[in-house]
Design a protein around this ligand. Structure first.
Ligand code: SIN
Length: 320
């Protein structure tokens, strides 16, 4: 690569955020008793061959167990993506991430990054110290996707499958193939260093990204409340009464089936809506979307899961 003309240089940037992929356990046989977010991203790239003509760049953005993912890290991550994607020789960005909130980060980045280049998240279900870790192959596959001509949008690569950052959901607690894309199905597969695509790449963000990228400390507070057998309006009432610097501006109701709510929760939510709180219903079902009815009094989030609907609502409120 040293003698390649400048116009032919192609870089893939790998941003590290932690997760099991960077986890360490005391013994190689232990796939669950590890500490996530221990191994640096530069070390995760050790032994991984880049596709021909591609140079890898590693940058550590965070080092967390993704259950502890924060809005500040999201923001920094989005800013680093925007920075790197603007470099002419960077063809794509890969992000190593924990599996637990991966779908939230992917959806957030999908919502705020408008770029013709790909952002590819990847992960692992086994720590880096495992007898047979899944991380190295996932990273290699993600780099392949990031370097694929024409790839764009936010995607997630895990266990040889390419998912869209919009549709992906973690569906298994333990298996290596822990993600699914629901009714939409995967975008494709990575096979021996090549992408076999079965549907279109995801379209980039329609949203104006700049507000989200500059919003440090200004995120509107949006909480999720679940509807279930025996639910009441008590949680919603309590959330509305919480005073202090950060009042609740939005509520996502994790609704049953086609967006239905326990009548007591619905009554409290309507009261909250009357008081100016933005309320959105998202289905608890793993698949499908809420089909609206003419008599709906609370907005629905379509196919978004409650955690993704929360992000959508935060971004909507941020734009106001
Ligand atoms: C995490 O989400 O950081 C820990 C779990 C995982 O990556 O599988």
């Amino acid at each position: 690569m040293a003698n390649a003309p400048l116009s032919e240089l192609r870089r893939v940037v790998v941003l590290g955020t932690g997760g099991t992929i960077a986890g360490r356990a005391a013994s190689s046989g232990d796939n669950i008793g590890y500490t996530a977010g221990q191994v640096g991203v530069a070390d995760l790239l050790g032994g991984i061959e880049a596709p021909e003509g591609v140079t890898l760049v590693a940058e550590q953005v965070a080092q967390v167990d993704s259950k502890d993912m924060s809005l500040d890290i999201w923001q920094k991550l989005a800013q680093r993506c925007v920075h790197w994607l603007a470099q002419p020789d960077v063809v794509g960005v890969v992000i190593t991430h924990g599996t637990d909130t991966l779908e939230e980060t992917a959806f957030f980045l999908h919502s705020v990054i408008a770029s013709a280049k790909p952002v590819v998240l990847t992960c692992a279900m086994r720590p880096a110290t495992a007898l047979a870790p899944d991380g190295p192959q996932n990273v290699r596959d993600a780099i392949v996707v990031a370097a694929t001509a024409g790839a764009h949008g936010v995607t997630v690569v895990c266990a040889g499958t390419v998912h869209s950052g919009v549709d992906i959901q973690k569906v298994h607690t333990y298996r290596l193939d822990a993600f699914a894309s629901g009714d939409a199905g995967p975008i494709g597969y990575v096979e021996e260093g090549a992408v076999r695509r079965v549907r279109a790449w995801p379209e980039g963000a329609a949203l104006e990204a700049s507000k989200a990228l500059d919003a440090v400390g200004q995120w509107p507070r949006v909480e999720i409340v679940m509807s279930h057998a025996g639910a009441s309006g008590a949680l919603v009432d309590a959330l509305l009464q919480v005073g202090g610097a950060e009042p609740v501006r939005g509520l996502v109701l994790a609704a049953t089936g086609n967006g239905t709510l326990h009548h007591a929760l619905e009554a409290a939510a309507l009261k909250a809506q009357d008081r100016g709180v933005a309320v959105l219903r998202a289905t608890r079902c793993a698949n499908g979307r809420i089909l609206p009815r003419p008599d709906d009094r609370l907005r629905d989030a379509g196919a978004l899961t409650p955690v993704k609907a929360r992000i959508a609502l935060m971004l909507e409120l941020l734009g106001k």
